[in-house]
Design a protein around this ligand. Sequence first.
Ligand SMILES: [Zn+2]
Length: 199
Amino acid sequence: MTMDLLPIALVAAATAFLAAMAGGYRRIDWTNRGAPRNPGTFTPQGVTLHYAAGTKGGDPEDVLYQTSKLGYSYHYLVDRDGTTYQLVPDDQGSVHTDGTRNRTSYGIGFLNIGPAQLERPGWPYAPIPGSYPEWPGAYWEPYTQDQLASAAALIRRLGADPTWYLIGHQDVNSGKSDPGPAFPWSEFERLTGLKRGLS
Ligand SMILES: [Zn+2]
């Protein structure tokens, strides 16, 4: 490293650190927990976002268990306080979307209950009232600022550059609402510097 690059590296490191702290970024390594991996080549060129509910309303242990049972996996789960669980190593594919994107995108699952009826017993969060055509009468759990900031820091750490694509699972599977209508795309584009789109 030359002397004139050093300050830039320090500024970049400090910026990443501050962004990480702002998002409560904390990474827990669960890559030894048996999440399914996608065999074959993995060439990261983008990120596919998901909501991850499991059966217990967004418990990372449960999401890992349920998705593994079905043969699915995310690279990362981002909890509501910004804590990040890594399930699959960065140099291996996971199984979270269609075959092509499984070979080229990191799968990031946000812990989120997703759509729910307002009357749902035990509803722990303030719901966003919605007029979502695909979920009439339903509400969607809001995504937290800590989740968004932490996921953005994670995407930077994964080496994203402006050529990377940013999509939701719903963008390649029209039958799904995932990460759903409550996901703040423009804010996340601003945080990551990426544009939503398939290219
Ligand atoms: Zn999904």
